[in-house]
Design a protein around this ligand. Structure first.
Ligand code: ZN
Length: 439
C-alpha cells in the first residue's frame, strides 16, 4: 500500500490507483531562508538535517528513475512475449497439455503472471537493495522473497481467473467486448477494495491496538467521535512493521465490514500521539469525503474510453504484427496479451492524469485531517507540520523534487507542499471558517 506497485500488470495498475494509504509523500527542499539574501526564499516547513538531506536527494533520484524504468520495462516484457512468439507458444503448449478450454486458460494466465513477475525481479531486487542500503527497509532477503512468493500466489489465485473472465468476454462479444470489460471491471474494483485487508495478515502480524496502546485508542476515539467514522476500538490494529521497515504509517482501509484502522508499531512507538491523530484524521478524510466512491466513479469514466481506445489500437496491432507474432485474433490467449499491452500502455501514459486527481484528494484529506484534530490537540498547525517532517525524514522524502517529477509520478503532493500548506492553514482565525466542520 505504501508505494504504487510497479510493472506492467493492468490489474495491479488499477488497484494501486485505488489504494489510498498514508504513504508519506515527497517534498521539496530548499535551504533555510535567509533575510540577508537579496531575494529571500520562502521559509520551508519541511527540512532535513544535512546528512539526511543528501540521502533523501540520492534515494529520491533512484526511486524516480526506477518508477519510469519499471513502467517501460513492464511494456517491453509484454512486447517481447509477443515478438518472440512466446505468448503464442505457451498458448499452444496449454492446448496440448489440457483438454478443457477454461483449464488451458487458467494455466496460460498463471504462467503469464509467473513470467511477468520473474521478468520484474531484477528491478524489484535492486529497489529492495536500495531501501536496505539507505536504512529504510530492515527486512532480510529470505523474508522478502517469501513475501514476493506470497504476492505471486495471490496474483495467480485472483488474477488468473479475472484474466480468464476478461479473455472470455472478448471471445464471447468480439465486436463490443470493450463494453463488457468495462461493465465487469467496476464491481471487481469494489470487490478488491473489500477483500484487500483480508490478505494483509499473510504479510504482517496484527494485534489489537488496545493491548499495547490503550491511551492511543482513547485519543483515536476522540477523533472517531468528531469525524463520525464509526470505527469501534476492536477495529483498531497494531501492525508489527518494525521487523521489516523503519518507515512510519497509520491508515484506514477496507470498506463496510472490513473497514479498520491500522497503526504501525514503528509509528506508535516513535512519533507523538498528536501526530498519529493527524495522520488518522487525514485517513478518515478519505472515507468521510467519499474519496473511494469518487475514485471508482472517476476510473469507471476513464476506463470506458481506455477500453474503447485500446480495442481499436490492439486490433490495429494484430493487423500490423499478428502474422509475425502468430496471433490471429484478439480473442485468442496470445491475442489477449496484445490487449493487455495496449491497456498497460494507456495506464503508463495516463499516470500523470490519475496522479493529478489523487493529489487533489490527498490535499483535501490534509485539510480535513487538520480540521479533525482541532480541539483535540493544542495546535493543529504545529502538529501537522511536525507530522510531515517526521514522515518525510523516516521515508527520506526529497524536500525539493522537480515539478515535472511531482506532476508525473507523485500521487500525493510533495511533503514540502503539504507541510507549507499546513503551516499556514488556520481556518479558526478570525474571519475564516473551516471547510468540513462547523466548529
Ligand atoms: Zn491520503
Amino acid at each position: 500500500m505504501r508505494f504504487a506497485c510497479r510493472g506492467g500488470l493492468t490489474l495491479c495498475f488499477i488497484l494501486s490507483c485505488l489504494a489510498f494509504a498514508t504513504h508519506p509523500v515527497a517534498a521539496q527542499s530548499a535551504p533555510a531562508a535567509s533575510t540577508i539574501q537579496p531575494q529571500p526564499q520562502p521559509a520551508q516547513a519541511y527540512t532535513l538535517p544535512p546528512d539526511k538531506l543528501a540521502k533523501a536527494i540520492a534515494i529520491s533520484h533512484i526511486r524516480n528513475v526506477m518508477d519510469i524504468v519499471g513502467g517501460l520495462w513492464g511494456l517491453a516484457v509484454l512486447w517481447l512475449l509477443l515478438a518472440t512468439r512466446a505468448a503464442a507458444g505457451i498458448a499452444a503448449w496449454t492446448e496440448r497439455l489440457l483438454r478443457r478450454r477454461w483449464m488451458q486458460g487458467l494455466l496460460f494466465f498463471a504462467v503469464f503472471l509467473i513470467i511477468t513477475t520473474l521478468a520484474n525481479l531484477p528491478l524489484d531486487l535492486f529497489s529492495q537493495h536500495i531501501e536496505r542500503a539507505y536504512g529504510i527497509s530492515v527486512q532480510g532477503w529470505g523474508s522478502w522473497l517469501g513475501d514476493l512468493a506470497k504476492s505471486l500466489g495471490i496474483a495467480i489465485l485472483i488474477g488468473a481467473p479475472v484474466l480468464l473472465l476478461f479473455n472470455w468476454i472478448v471471445r464471447r462479444w468480439p465486436r463490443r467486448y470493450w463494453l463488457g470489460l468495462w461493465i465487469a471491471s467496476v464491481p471487481l474494483l469494489v470487490f478488491m477494495i473489500f477483500v484487500s485487508p483480508l490478505f494483509e495478515p499473510l504479510f504482517n502480524k496484527f494485534e489489537p491496538l488496545s493491548a499495547s496502546n490503550a491511551a492511543l485508542v482513547t485519543e483515536l476515539e476522540k477523533v472517531v467521535a468528531r469525524t463520525g467514522t464509526d470505527i469501534p476500538p476492536d477495529r483498531m490494529f497494531l501492525m508489527k512493521a518494525s521487523v521489516k521497515t523503519n518507515g512510519l504509517n497509520a491508515y484506514v482501509n477496507g470498506v463496510g465490514a472490513t473497514k479498520r484502522i491500522v497503526v504501525w508499531d514503528t509509528t506508535a512507538g516513535r512519533i507523538p500521539t498528536d501526530e498519529i491523530l493527524f495522520s488518522f484524521g487525514h485517513e478518515s478524510g478519505h472515507y468521510v469525503l467519499n474519496h473511494i466512491p469518487q475514485s471508482i466513479a472517476g476510473y469507471a469514466f476513464a476506463l470506458f474510453f481506455v477500453f474503447w481506445g485500446c480495442a481499436g489500437f490492439s486490433a490495429w496491432l494484430v493487423r500490423r504484427f499478428g502474422a509475425s507474432w502468430r496471433v490471429d485474433s484478439l480473442s485468442s490467449r496470445a491475442g489477449f496479451v496484445v490487449l493487455l499491452f495496449a491497456i498497460t500502455l494507456a495506464g503508463f501514459v495516463l499516470e500523470p492524469a490519475s496522479n493529478t486527481f489523487s493529489r487533489h484528494f490527498e490535499h483535501e484529506a490534509d485539510v480535513y485531517g487538520q480540521e479533525a484534530i482541532h480541539g483535540i490537540v493544542p495546535d493543529p498547525q504545529k502538529t501537522a507540520v511536525a507530522a510531515f517532517n517526521d514522515l518525510g525524514e523516516a521515508w527520506l522524502e526529497d524536500p525539493d523534487p522537480s515539478p515535472f517529477i511531482e506532476f508525473w509520478e507523485y500521487n500525493h503532493p510533495s511533503v514540502q507542499t503539504r507541510a507549507n500548506f499546513a503551516l499556514h492553514y488556520n481556518p479558526w482565525a478570525k474571519g475564516h471558517h473551516a471547510e468540513f466542520f462547523d466548529k
